[in-house]
Write a protein that binds this ligand. Structure first.
Ligand code: NAD
Ligand code: TDX
Length: 335
């Protein structure tokens, strides 16, 4: 099988490429990635020399580039997206462009190339927040942020291309991923790398917002299961079953690193901050997939990875990142 992976230089996409090349000796992977601030070829150092892997730098919104990249591919797995909620609040345009329009460009090409499978990597955030119970795949979408609204827009295009044009689509909606190669703008790597430098941990609002955390390779295995065994036209929730509030995660990180709780700094809340995400994953479980990692152990492994791989994140936490960070937190304090 030859798979076009888009956004493969990001956090989850790079973990997925590694998994697929390791698991399927006769598969080929074409990675199409724009290399935005979030794309990083360091994430794929080990596979760069593999003859079954090729890389194209390009934008999924550019029909000509997509056309060339998809030639000869049997399947498409779309990870490419603007993915950070806080950035979407600061500027939604890139989110609508990539997450909605880019998805449309890929679907058009998938339709023309008659690919066997088009898998859209989506998120549990499209359902919105709920205080009790869990969302199933048939629940309505009530996104809260420009990010989740853009992802929902992408999902809707995917569903329409299946119904109208018969494109063989699949959608996975996963919960919050964590693990190696996650950009330090996101909660866990931000707090780990801040705490390592004895910097404060900016915890939004009351710290009681709940996310369901999944170790990244468990999500990648879920995507693999859906790609190979999912019912065409189907949507599959992929969750870790690890609901934790942010203050619990923060304390756990400090404990692993042996740092004091005085580093926790409550800051003004994120606008439109969803209180709780929760998904029912019985459909994905019925495919034979289950997450393999126990949360506390996987968190400790993740912290250890950031401790051992300063070379990776110190390049990313550069001047541009520190400028972004200052704007984020200065604005929060002033609010
Ligand atoms: P990421 O931000 O780490 O990576 C995104 C990648 O997409 C980057 O390599 C970037 O360069 C690339 N990209 C962005 N715009 C592009 C464009 N126009 N053309 C080509 N490439 C482009 O994101 P991630 O955390 O790895 O998330 C991957 C996917 O999974 C996203 O679709 C995201 O919405 C979804 N998702 C993420 C999580 C999570 O917890 N991280 C949870 C659920 C779903
Ligand atoms: O500095 C912070 N302080 C803080 O309290 C940051 C960056 C986050 N938070 C809170 C906000 C959330 O409640 O931590 C929680 C997790 O935040 P993020 O890491 O930004 O993730 P989230 O907003 O939940 O979205 C993530 O999971 C779903 C990904 O970024 C999305 O791409 C994915 O769809």
């Amino acid at each position: 099988m030859k798979i076009l992976v888009t956004g493969g230089a990001g956090f989850i996409g790079s973990n997925f490429i590694r998994l697929m090349l390791g698991r399927y000796p006769d598969y080929e992977i074409v990675n199409l990635d724009k290399l935005t601030y979030a794309g990083n070829l360091d994430n794929l150092r080990e596979v760069g020399e593999d003859g079954r892997y090729s890389f194209i730098q390009g934008d999924i919104c550019d029909a000509e580039t997509v056309e060339k990249a998809m030639a000869g591919c049997d399947a498409v797995v779309n990870f490419a997206a603007e993915s950070h909620v806080d950035r979407s609040i600061g500027g939604p345009a890139d989110f609508i462009q990539t997450d909605v329009f880019g998805t449309y460009v890929l679907l058009e090409a998938a339709r023309r190339h008659e690919v066997e499978r088009y898998l859209q990597v989506s998120t549990d955030e499209v359902y919105g927040s709920r205080e009790e119970g869990s969302f199933s795949e048939t629940d309505m979408l009530e996104p809260s942020s420009p990010y989740s609204a853009s992802k929902a827009g992408g999902d809707m295009q995917v569903m329409a291309y299946h119904t109208t044009f018969g494109v063989p689509t699949l959608i996975t909606r996963s919960s919050n991923n964590f693990g190696p190669y996650q950009h330090p703008e996101k909660l866990i790597p931000l707090f780990v790398t801040n705490a390592m430098a004895d910097r404060e941990l900016p915890l939004y609002g009351s710290g009681t917002n709940v996310r369901d955390w999944i170790y990244v390779t468990d999500n990648c295995e879920g995507i693999d299961a859906v790609l190979h065994k999912g019912e065409i036209g189907g949507i599959y929730n992929i969750g870790g079953g690890n609901e934790r509030d942010n203050i619990t995660i923060t304390r756990a990180i400090l404990e692993i690193l042996g740092k004091p709780e005085e580093l926790i700094r409550p800051v003004t809340d994120r606008l439109g901050h969803d209180l709780r995400y929760s998904i029912d994953c019985s459909k994905a479980h019925a495919l034979g997939w289950k997450p393999a990692h126990e949360f506390e152990e996987a968190l400790a492994l993740t912290v250890e990875w950031y401790v051992d791989n300063r070379w990776w994140w110190e390049k990313i936490r550069n001047e541009d990142f520190e400028d972004y960070y200052r704007t984020q937190y200065e604005e929060r304090e002033q609010a």
